[in-house]
Design a protein around this ligand. Structure first.
Ligand SMILES: O=C(O)[C@@H](CO)OP(=O)(O)O
Ligand SMILES: [Mg+2]
Length: 399
């Protein structure tokens, strides 16, 4: 029933106006799945390779499509993804592109779910999945590689940890986003938006901490449940010549660790992603040792959703959580394996979008299927609300 009968690939627009790969998968009983690859700006050095979409599509048509059509069942995700790996033949999808691979992998999952008549989260998570819903981490203020002339820290993320439901959490983040805009207005600071729809004001990181803290506590008072905040420092992007660059100032690794630890305590941060360079397992381990009992230290560029890099991190105690981005590694199977290895080792898996996105909402299902405590998917703008609104629908459907 789920035997794949066709795989169509095309270029579509992403949220930055760049082309990306979209895949349509059809099965013999009429099951249909469509998915598109997202794309990063602050990409990790060890991510799977994203090829120019035209090249990725041509290579996938040549190598992968003939091995999938009439041969593989969309309902068997491991078989689909193993076929993509075999068709590619490299370690990092440098032949067919991780963008083609992930689009096909996700489209096949949707086609498999369609045949079964089950929602995607149910198909991926199975009957015995947990019944938790992720707390959305909402990007409210940011800069780094996502906006010019803004903060050095890439993302200040609202985290409505006390929200009674997904829907209330989603609306709480939108309120924090709106409140931050008012505070910026009151301070006379003009603010454009960055790639993910966060405000990108020309303020110092210290000011952004203050604005964020005020916005979060105002909305917390209004809504009556706990809202905290966290960061994606994306420190690899700041790290050059052995030091971290904050505009004209620099911090050594020790100073960076002290700074992050201080911010965790001063602002009661619930989440800190990529506080150190992607090669600094030791620094990650030291910081996790210092503050890991009270906050999540999450590896994004550090782990790139890769089980080998995650295992290296587990061996030395670097981080207590991992960011999961299917396109960083190329298939849903690889993403699930990373989630499984993390949870077997007591680490939280946080499912994430990319700064370049489409209206594809697969990650909302992935977060529910894997019982993730958090999902990082922005706050406003269509390509972000596509995932948030899907989460609300899933919660509606599942309870
Ligand atoms: O660093 C990140 O976590 C992501 C998403 O917020 O950004 P990018 O997709 O540019 O890597
Ligand atoms: Mg990141």
């Amino acid at each position: 029933m789920t035997r794949i009968t066709s795989v169509a690939l095309r270029r579509v627009l992403d949220s930055r106006g760049n082309p990306t790969v979209e895949a349509d998968v059809l099965t013999e009983s009429g099951g249909f799945g469509r998915a598109a690859a997202p794309s990063g700006a602050s990409t990790g050095e060890y991510e799977a390779i994203e090829l120019p979409p035209t090249e990725a599509i041509a290579a996938a048509r040549r190598h992968a499509v003939p091995r999938l059509v009439d041969e593989v069942h969309a309902g068997n995700q491991r078989e689909v993804d193993a076929t993509l790996r075999a068709a590619d033949g490299s370690e990092n999808f440098s032949e067919i592109g991780a963008n083609s691979a992930v689009a096909i992998s996700m489209a096949a999952a949707k086609a498999g779910a369609d045949v079964l008549g089950a929602p995607l989260y149910q198909h991926l998570g199975g009957a015995f999945r947990g019944d938790n819903f992720p707390t959305p981490l909402g990007n409210v203020i940011g800069g780094g590689e996502h906006a010019k002339e803004a903060t050095n820290i890439q993302e200040f993320l609202a985290a409505p940890v006390g929200a009674p439901s997904v829907s209330e959490a989603v609306f709480a983040n939108a309120k924090v986003h709106a409140r931050a805009s008012e505070i910026l207005d009151e301070r006379g600071v003009p603010a454009a938006k960055g790639d993910e729809g966060a405000w990108a004001p020309p303020v110092s990181d210290a000011d952004a901490f203050e604005i964020m803290s005020e916005a979060v506590s105002d909305v917390e008072d209004e809504l009556g449940f706990e809202i905290r905040f966290g960061l994606d420092i994306a420190a690899s992007e700041m790290f050059e010549d052995g030091v971290y660059h904050y505009g004209d100032e620099t911090k050594t690794t020790d100073e960076q660790i002290d700074y992050v630890a201080e911010m965790v305590d001063e602002y009661d941060l619930v989440y800190v992603e990529d506080p150190l360079d992607e090669n600094d397992y030791e620094g990650f381990a030291e910081l996790t040792e210092r503050v890991g009992d009270r906050t999540l230290i999450c590896g994004d560029d550090l782990f790139v959703t890769n089980v080998d890099r995650l295992q290296d991190g587990i061996d030395v105690g670097a981080a207590n959580s991992i960011l999961i981005k299917p396109n960083q590694i190329g298939t849903l199977t690889d993403a699930f394996d990373a989630v499984e290895l993390a949870s077997r080792n007591g680490m939280d898996a946080v499912i994430s979008h990319r700064s370049g996105e489409t209206e594809d909402a697969t990650i909302a299902h992935l977060a529910v299927a894997t019982d993730a405590p958090f999902i990082k998917t922005g706050t406003v703008q269509g390509e972000r609300t596509a995932k948030l609104n899907e989460l609300i629908r899933i919660a509606d459907d599942a309870v």
